[in-house]
Design a protein around this ligand. Sequence first.
Ligand SMILES: NCc1[nH]cc(CCC(=O)O)c1CC(=O)O
Length: 413
Amino acid sequence: MWGGNTDWRCGIVYHEASRDQVPTDAVCRCFLIFRRMTRFVEPRQFGFLAPQFTVSTSLPGQHQPNRKHPESFEMFDFARSPYPMTRMRRIRRHDWSRRLVAEHALGVNDLIWPLFVHDGQQPIDVESLPGVQRLSVDGVCRAAEQACGWGIPAIAIFPATPAELKTEEAREAVNPQNLVCRTVRKIKAAVGDSLGVICDVALDPYSIHGHDGIVRDGDVVNDETVEVLKQQAVVQADAGCDIIAPSDMMDGRIGAIRQALESNGHTNVHIMSYAAKYASAFYGPFRDAVGSKGNLAGASKKTYQQSPSQTDEALHEVALDLAEGADSVMVKPGMPYLDIVARVKSTFGVPTFAYQVSGEYAMLAAAAERGWLDKEATVLESLLAFKRAGADGVLTYWAPQVAQWLHRDVQDQ
Ligand SMILES: NCc1[nH]cc(CCC(=O)O)c1CC(=O)O
């Protein structure tokens, strides 16, 4: 970063964190300084940084790498000419040129459709998720067939367990005839391998306290819970589940579940770990849908789900889950946590998913319903943002709607 001549050397520090604090003309000045420097130094002696990163001038000696975001030091070995030789708007002028340079695109293969199943015959609306219903077992099977027709690669099944089957120790979770297992068997009989079926591993749909684990003396106990989660995973894999998705955030559960799957002949069952799952207020409508909100009665999941203040901790969670045998990892919620998605993807380079959770859906749906936001435009923009952050796929309640929009667009072309 430093020129050879100490009299005029100029330190330039790029860091994402201060993006909003840096006036554009400061950025332009820095470009010009770099242009001048090229006359005095070998081009390879300085790196030029991606324009999307911010620029601030600093005094010599103050050039500190950004410890939290080392990736923001990515260097380019070239500089664009200044305005007017460079006019960034040239490439934005036409639809064809915008499409030509598009770095990211949303496709139907990026979608995972979460579905709620209940034991009744008629669909029941979820009030806080306008447009989403709890479906009967047959209804979920029909949805699975539709998903295949649209080319959606996978669905995730969540049960609304009847209140009378919820117990202190959530035993229904390991019943091979429970609602989820019956649904998965039926889906698999109908669609075979043309669709991946994902099941959550966690006890909250089955427990009277609404927690994801076993509670002893007010504490969600880790190791005893993991023993039950192992059984739950095996029962679901026996029913034909393709992807086991532990969403409970107990320590050590991925390794235990992987071993349990191995020793029960399920060597090819994937584990998609909810690796970085935050104690979020955005899960509210989901808890309405599976009926766990009343059980939880205002209690929080903060002793096992991560605090929204944490970033490094998310990387540790991901590293542990990968070491324990996860095939892919998930960040949840989605849109408020795209920084985590980006860090996970750039650090580990493994299949990385994000969950656009119920509260995120509800916000967009409610604003669209009132005419305050354009539904299609905002939903597609939100999902493209996941792709840009590095997600390989997104669990989203918008999946069926988005699949239809994408198909319409292909037909229109
Ligand atoms: N462990 C259960 C689970 N699996 C997915 C979600 C939330 C999904 C959503 O909000 O859409 C939750 C809720 C929670 O942890 O309380």
